[in-house]
Design a binder for this molecule. Structure first.
Ligand code: NAP
Length: 322
């Protein structure tokens, strides 16, 4: 089968397309013929070795497609069934594998797709949708009275979080790098704040303070958002796209009556697969924007764009297309 491989970690140029053997599903696994494979910023971190995976490997932690075959002990799926799956199941030894004609998934991280669900949206919503839903509804305990600041809202996970919070009836402040990158969310009902003037924008948009922060970015924006949290505010860290971690005083957490939490989907997938499925399915009921579709052999271009911080909201690779 055709697959994108990383034989040695490095820049986008290390992504090469190769013919490799099609894997066989082991016990508890489903082999999926991939239609679309989602691409996310985290894939660039696996590719460059920031998050180490043993080489060689095939990147890609979310797919949609059809069941090709099932391993021993798997019930509820038949060959040909339309499905989507989360593949970042590192606790069970999975090694990504999405940018390929066929990909292995643990059966409990596979969700059936009905005919009304767009397969490209499904592939692009698995990881971001599940993570954002868990961050908002499980960790932040979101209600419609909340004022939610979403950092990195022009990107994959931030956009998913902003749309899910809007759908839940919350007030959403989408933080973006430029006015243009906030247009879609403004039209969807969010208020938009600019990352470069975040402190001033938050003070004028929400002078009473904010109650929830969903943060995939880190750095200065994380610090500003923490400072703007009202007592009993909840901060959920989901990533650090800026590359800049922030030191946080534990005393400050109780002095200011804050709740601080985080989620790594790949770290909990093997422990809480039903929660991951619940998050992904719930997100699929809300997320309706079709991602940009690139060809499998354009994976390196998509990775290069993600490194600039100016990539489209979400891109998926069409594996069966031309
Ligand atoms: N916790 C989990 O399980 C989980 C799941 C998925 C992703 N993540 C993490 O979440 C983060 C975002 O992933 P993503 O796929 O949403 O990325 P993305 O699509 O590239 O979006 C990131 C956004 O952050 C903003 N940004 C600010 N500073 C940046 C910088 N120096 N470099 C790049 N972007 C910057 C950009 O928006 P503006 O320029 O408009 O500000 C960009 O749109 C990553 O750290 C990823 O590892 C974690």
């Amino acid at each position: 089968m055709r697959a994108i491989r990383v034989n040695a970690t490095g820049g986008p140029e290390v992504l090469s397309i190769e013919d490799i053997p099609t894997p066989e599903p082991s016990e508890g696994q489903v082999l999926i013929d991939v239609e679309y494979a989602g691409v996310g910023f985290v894939d660039t971190l696996f590719r460059d070795g920031t998050f180490p995976l043993a080489v060689p490997f095939t990147p890609g932690i979310e797919v949609s497609g059809r069941v090709r075959s099932i391993g021993a002990g798997v019930a509820g799926f038949e060959p040909g069934d339309p499905v989507a799956a989360v593949l970042n199941d590192f606790g069970r030894g999975a090694v990504a594998g999405g940018y390929a004609e066929s990909a292995l998934a643990s059966a409990d991280l596979v969700i059936p797709l009905n005919s009304s669900i767009d397969s490209a949206i499904a592939a692009g919503s698995m990881v971001n949708g599940a993570t954002a839903w868990i961050a908002l509804h499980r960790l932040a305990g979101l209600t419609e009275t909340d004022t939610v600041v979403v950092l990195g809202a022009s990107g994959g996970i931030g956009s998913a979080a902003a749309h899910l919070a809007l759908a839940a009836g919350a007030t959403v402040i989408a933080v973006v790098g430029s006015v243009e990158r906030g247009e879609e969310l403004r039209a969807a009902g969010a208020k938009v704040a600019l990352r470069a003037q975040l402190e001033q924008d938050l003070a004028s948009i929400a002078p009473e303070g904010i109650t929830v922060v969903i943060d995939p970015v880190g750095g200065v924006a994380r610090q500003v958002a923490i400072d703007a949290l009202a007592p009993l505010g909840r901060l959920v860290m989901v990533g650090t796209a800026s590359g800049n971690d922030v030191q946080l005083s534990t005393d400050l957490i109780w002095h200011r009556s804050l709740q601080v939490s985080g989620i790594s989907l790949g770290g909990i997938a093997h422990l809480h697969p039903s929660l991951v499925r619940q998050g992904a399915l719930s997100a699929l009921e809300v997320l309706a924007n079709r991602p940009v579709i690139a060809r499998l052999d354009q994976a390196a271009h998509v990775h290069a764009a993600l490194a600039t911080g100016r990539a489209p909201v979400k891109t998926v690779l069409s594996v069966t297309g031309p």
